[in-house]
Design a protein around this ligand. Structure first.
Ligand SMILES: [Zn+2]
Length: 77
């Protein structure tokens, strides 16, 4: 499936970002978000940000390189 180091395609990042910020569902969040050094970025406390290199946390060095398959696909174009 992957032919390079990137985890997600541009399209997938766009869809994942939609799910994090626009969809009415619980977003992926950082497991360290309860440490007092995380903030609500408009999605949730410590909500992860999708990039082509995987998920990143804006408040610590946590990363995540997978997402549910259904999340990568857009429900709307
Ligand atoms: Zn974090």
């Amino acid at each position: 499936m992957k032919t390079n180091d990137f985890v997600f395609s541009h399209e997938e990042v766009k869809n994942l970002h939609h799910y994090q910020f626009m969809a009415n569902m619980h977003p992926f969040t950082c497991p360290n978000r309860g440490d007092g050094n995380h903030f609500d970025n408009g999605s949730d406390l410590g909500a992860l940000i999708p990039t082509i290199q995987g998920w990143i946390c804006q408040s610590c060095d946590y990363t995540q390189n997978w997402a549910h398959e259904w999340m990568k696909k857009s429900s709307e174009k």
